[in-house]
Design a protein around this ligand. Structure first.
Ligand SMILES: Nc1nc2c(ncn2[C@@H]2O[C@H](COP(=O)(O)OP(=O)(O)O)[C@@H](O)[C@H]2O)c(=O)[nH]1
Ligand SMILES: [Mg+2]
Ligand SMILES: [Zn+2]
Length: 427
């Protein structure tokens, strides 16, 4: 298994400190949540950052945190009303632990190199310097991260990032084995496909793998239905051939837009991925009911073209958040976890092959080849699976090699330092 950096995982001093911060935030439960502070479908609402951060911490620390600070007795019984309020509050100002600096929590809505924009409980937006150690690009706070901000004089710094529940990331195909974070704490990833062209099933499959790798739920959103009389047939094909749930919509006519909004309406975060021109930004604008993201259409005043410059997390009027990602043209498959979701049908077959290390090519008793011969698995899907699998394996090998090289460098550095130290002491 690939060693992961920058994912939610190891408890650390950093998280312990964050836990101390959010301990102050305990006791209030946002709307639409059960007594664990988790909304329907496991979606954690954005309101009451303390609870959001806590649920991430619970995963890291297990029962220790929930026992200590969630204070079951202090939590009121589950509310009958499940309607989430408008996304007004998503953080609470907290007393700092040292009583000097001003510290509070919030969510990153935009990430730039070395600095981020963070929205806090009062809806205030602060630009903050990133002061957490970033040894891997994946560690850098990104859109969707819940962070602790500390103000000292004129300086505002991000001093902590809550462990991520999910992380949408990209790997450059054929490029470096380093991954880039695209959006953190996403609940649903929508693979957006424009119906103005016949969608390529292989491209959709690739995006599905990337989407599933995030750990979030995944939907296919077929947009521009206004120009596709056969929209429902395409949706049917994608559902049956790729096993993905689909929504048909149009940003132009508004058809199906409410269904897309419903993916985030429990207070969750929806991320849109898809190739450039698919219609993602238009969909964001349709969902928000305003021109919040630039689309590639010619501006009405005729002065050139809009382009999506930045990735930004936007609050939806009905609750929840949405983030538009830049067109992912050639995204690399990041790991095999996404593959086993996107190709659950094929991997299920592979588990019943006679040999555990079956390559599904020439072996007797191969259930995958059996399904191919029997016509229940298409050659197209089989080949797509094999190609993506090879790519994931190649990338994992490269990443392992890179990690090993880094480890070697670190060991050599330490040895050198120790030698120098001993020499200095005359040993
Ligand atoms: N007919 C039609 N065109 C659309 C729709 N949504 C987007 N478009 C057009 O598709 C092009 C690309 O849209 P855009 O939202 O910028 O795509 P993005 O690159 O995925 O963000 C633009 O010319 C849009 O006007 C739709 O629902 N129907
Ligand atoms: Mg766009
Ligand atoms: Zn096999």
């Amino acid at each position: 298994m690939l060693a992961r950096l920058g994912r939610a995982g190891e408890p650390s001093d950093r998280h312990q400190r964050l836990e101390d911060h959010v301990g102050v935030l305990a006791g209030e439960r946002p709307h639409g949540t059960d007594e664990r502070g988790v909304g329907a479908h496991g979606v954690v609402p954005h309101e009451g950052c303390g609870l959001v951060v806590r649920s991430a911490l619970q995963r890291v620390h297990g029962t220790r945190v929930s026992g200590r600070s969630l204070g079951r007795d202090a939590v009121p019984p589950p509310s009958k009303s499940v309607a989430p309020g408008p996304p007004r509050t998503y953080g609470r100002r907290v007393e700092s632990s040292n009583g000097q600096a001003d510290a509070w929590t919030g969510r990153v809505v935009r990430g730039d190199r070395g600095s981020v924009r963070v929205v806090d409980a009062e809806g205030g937006v602060t630009t903050a310097r990133v002061a957490v150690p970033v040894s891997d690009p994946l560690d850098a706070p990104c859109v969707g991260d819940w962070v602790v901000l500390v103000r000292t004089g004129d300086d505002v710094a991000v001093t902590d990032v809550a462990p991520r529940r999910t992380l949408l990331e990209r790997a450059e195909p054929g490029g470096s084995s380093r991954h880039q974070p695209l959006a953190a704490n996403v609940d649903v990833v929508a693979v957006v496909v424009g119906l103005d062209q016949m969608p390529s099933l292989e491209k959709v499959e690739r995006l599905l793998v990337v989407a599933w790798s995030s750990g979030a739920a995944v939907h296919v959103v077929l947009t521009k239905a206004d120009v596709a009389p056969d929209a429902d047939d395409v949706a049917h094909d994608i559902t049956t051939q790729l096993g993905a749930e689909t929504i048909v919509c149009s940003a132009r006519t508004g058809v199906g837009v409410a269904e897309v909004a419903a993916l985030a309406s429990t207070g969750g975060t929806l991320a849109l991925v898809g190739s450039s021109g698919a219609g993602k930004s238009s969909l964001v604008n349709a969902l928000v009911g305003d021109e919040v993201v630039a689309t590639s259409a010619i501006r009405s005043d005729g002065r050139g073209r809009h382009t999506t410059v930045r990735r930004e997390l936007v609050a939806l009027p009905g609750g929840g958040w949405i983030v538009d990602t830049p067109g992912l043209r050639g995204v690399g498959v990041t790991d095999s976890a996404g593959l086993s979701h996107a190709f659950a049908d094929v991997e299920e077959l592979a588990r019943s092959c006679r040999f555990g290390d079956c390559t599904h090519q020439v072996e007797p008793g191969c259930a995958v080849r059996g399904a191919l011969d029997g016509g229940t698995l298409t050659l197209r899907r089989y080949e797509s699976w094999r190609a993506l699998q090879r790519e994931a394996e190649w990338l994992e090998r490269r990443t392992d090699a890179r990690l090993a090289a880094e480890q070697n460098r670190q060991v050599r550095r330490t040895t050198r330092e120790q030698r120098r130290f001993r020499r200095a002491r005359g040993h």
